[in-house]
Structure formats: structure tokens, C-alpha cells
Write a protein that binds this ligand. Structure first.
Ligand SMILES: [Zn+2]
Length: 373
């Protein structure tokens, strides 16, 4: 029944959180990173007094600019930090980039900012690097993986690799990942003299898109280097990103993730820009858009524009809306403000809402009630 239907699955932080909810330390949401349990168990240098989380520039920075209070909790060979803040790690990252790229710094403050940014990325990586090896709840991802067809697309805003570990188990999932690999690292040339065929096939391929990047993608910090636009991709079952340098120019490789914020956009890098275009096409042509655990942050203008683009061109064509289904899985669907936001993004009036929109308050209900066949 799903054979001919074009579906786009969109995964947000709530999906990763749900999958890891029964682990001792579930994947944190963006507002949960700066809490004792994360900084003490997942910052890798707490056995070294000078490099423990408490003594990082990052900690100094968030204390200074985000009014975060932290206390040292040092004992013999364990240098822990007491911290309980709900500041958004994406906001911290955005602010660091704002200062760094906009030259908004005084004297040697930039040294603190550079170091804090490096530490933030190191922290993000060390928090997220191992979850795909943990015994997380695979129900949702297996359901998705088992029902995938060539007409589907999977989009995630998550930086972790837990869904890849499930996709890799099946042939079709591998195809999704391979196609994405070709977006990241384009084949040298198509051995076909008809670019039309080649482009047509590419357009209709199924893709797995990581719109905000991934903890196993790295690109060269040197903007004129070919590796700046063609990332190095690490195997998620190997050692990822162990401080390697660029194979083309020798510069350091950067973790390739983007925080959603106003002054940096998908356009700044070929990979992010291309992925966003593919996502836009797929969303526009989808019969069914299934959005799981995604909060539609107001400040993520790029993501919001992508969703708006999924419908707006056809605003006057009733038949189009009649054929489109939007499924939202999020506890927030009880909140009228959240539903208003979705209605606004997808241009749905009250009548459309009845026809087009279906909501689930939690992932378990969705797993049980969605027609996976
Ligand atoms: Zn390079």
C-alpha cells in the first residue's frame, strides 16, 4: 500500500530522545547538555585538573555570557562540576560564531572564544559519539527501515548516528545511505553522455538527509580546499574524527555540523545547500510528510522555509491539498500554539486541518497505529 506513495519522514531531537529514554543517560535535548550528568560522565577530560569541564573556556564563557552558575566538585583524581542549566547548546554555538565571524571581540577575548568553540564541538562529539553502540529502543527506526521503498526520503535534524545503525542492516537502507554518500562525495564523473538521464535518476533516488550535519562528517577548515566542500566521512563503526588532518592540504578537519540560526545558512557549504534542495524537492512532491519529535524552532528560519515551501506553490489547488497528508508526532500537539505554528507553516485553514493533518501525542501510539504496510 505504501509502494507508490511518496513519503518523507522527518526526525527531530524528540525521536533520538525517545529511542534512548531507557538508557542511564538518554540523548540530551538541546537544552539539556549543560547538566552535571552530561558534563561529568561525557566530557572526556575530567581526570585532568587543567582540562576538566570546570576549567574549560567553554565553562567560563557560559558563566560570563549566559549567567550560568557552576561549582567545582573536586576529589582525588576526579574533577567534577556541579551545573544545572537549561541554556540551549545551539544558542551558545551561535553566539560563539557571532563573535568569531563578526569580529565582535576585544583584545585577546578571541582566544577564549576560539577555545570555547573548539571545546563545545568536542563536547558535542563526546556526548553523541557512542549512542549508536548502546542498546537503544529500535522500534521506531526498525518500523521506518522495514517499510522504506524507493519513493521515500528520510530527513533528520539530529547529529547522532543511531538511525544509520538501523538503516545499515537492510539493503534498501544501505541504498539510502549510499545515495547520500554520493551527495557528500560526488562521483568523479558520470560515465554517461546523457546528463538528462543521470540527473533524472538522481532526482528520483531515495535519500537519507542530515540537514544539520553529522558527528561522522568532517570538512577542511581551509575554505579554498576541495575538502571544504567534499567532506571526509568516517565509518560509524570505527574511530570517528580522531583529530586527523586534511588529506589535500594538511589543515585541521572540522566537525561538520550547523546550528540553526539566523546568520548562517545552508548556503554556506555545498553539502548543506545541496541537501536542502533535495529535501525541498522531496517535501514538495511528497504525498505524506511524517514529522516525528521535531519542535519547529522559531529561530530556525531555514528549516521553517523548507516546510513552508512544501506547500505554498500549490496554495490554490484544492486537489493538491486533498492528496497531501501531514502527520505530526509530538507531545506538543496538545498545545494550540504548536498547532497554530504548523498550520501557519503548511498554510492550512481549519478545513484543511481536518483533511490534511493527523497528530499523535507520542511515538508509541504512532508506532502502533500508523499503517506500516
Ligand atoms: Zn584541506
Amino acid at each position: 500500500m505504501n509502494e507508490n506513495k511518496k513519503r518523507v519522514f522527518v526526525l527531530g531531537a524528540g525521536a533520538s530522545k525517545h529511542a534512548t529514554r531507557n538508557l542511564d543517560i538518554p540523548i540530551p535535548l538541546a537544552r539539556e547538555f549543560f547538566q552535571s550528568k552530561y558534563v561529568n560522565s561525557l566530557w572526556n577530560n575530567n581526570h585532568l585538573k587543567n582540562y576538566c569541564f570546570y576549567n574549560t573556556s567553554l565553562n567560563k564563557f557560559i558563566q560570563g555570557f549566559f549567567n550560568v552558575k557552576s561549582k567545582r566538585n573536586f576529589s582525588d583524581k576526579k574533577y567534577f562540576t556541579e551545573i544545572n542549566s537549561n541554556i540551549n547548546i545551539e544558542e551558545v554555538y551561535s553566539f560563539l560564531e557571532f563573535i568569531e565571524q563578526g569580529d565582535y571581540y576585544f583584545n585577546d577575548e578571541i582566544l577564549l572564544v576560539n577555545k570555547a568553540k573548539r571545546e563545545l564541538l568536542e563536547f558535542l562529539f563526546s556526548v553523541l559519539e557512542n549512542y549508536h553502540h548502546e542498546p537503544f529502543d529500535t522500534t521506531l527506526y526498525k518500523n521506518i527501515s522495514n517499510s522504506l521503498t524507493e519513493n521515500d526520503t528520510v530527513i533528520t535534524y539530529n547529529w547522532d548516528c543511531i538511525i544509520e545503525s538501523i538503516l545499515k542492516e537492510k539493503l534498501i537502507g544501505k541504498e539510502f545511505i549510499n545515495n547520500t554518500h554520493n551527495l557528500l562525495i560526488p562521483p568523479q564523473s558520470n560515465n554517461n553522455t546523457d546528463f538528462g538521464d543521470y540527473a533524472f535518476n538522481n532526482y528520483h533516488k531515495p535519500y537519507f538527509l542530515k540537514l544539520h550535519g553529522s558527528i561522522n562528517w568532517y570538512n577542511c577548515k581551509n575554505r579554498s580546499c576541495v575538502r571544504h566542500s567534499i567532506p571526509a566521512v568516517f565509518d560509524i563503526d570505527g574511530d570517528m574524527g580522531d583529530g586527523w588532518t586534511c588529506d589535500y592540504c594538511g589543515s585541521f578537519l572540522n566537525l561538520m555540523i550547523i546550528p540553526p540560526h539566523a546568520h548562517k545558512s545552508y548556503r554556506t557549504n555545498r553539502v548543506f545547500s545541496l541537501q536542502a534542495k533535495v529535501a525541498s524537492n522531496k517535501l514538495q512532491n511528497a504525498d505524506e510528510i511524517i514529522i516525528i519529535g521535531y519542535s519547529f524552532p522559531d529561530f530556525d528560519f531555514e528549516a521553517n522555509s523548507l516546510f513552508r515551501r512544501a506547500i505554498i506553490e500549490y496554495q490554490d489547488l484544492e486537489w493538491y491539498k486533498d492528496s497531501k497528508k501531514i502527520i505530526i508526532v509530538n507531545p506538543e500537539v496538545k498545545n494550540p500554539y504548536y498547532i497554530d505554528k504548523i498550520s501557519n507553516l503548511f498554510s492550512l485553514n481549519n478545513n484543511d486541518k481536518k483533511k490534511v493533518l493527523k497528530t499523535f501525542e507520542n511515538i508509541d501510539d504512532f508506532n502502533n497505529e500508523y499503517n506500516w504496510k
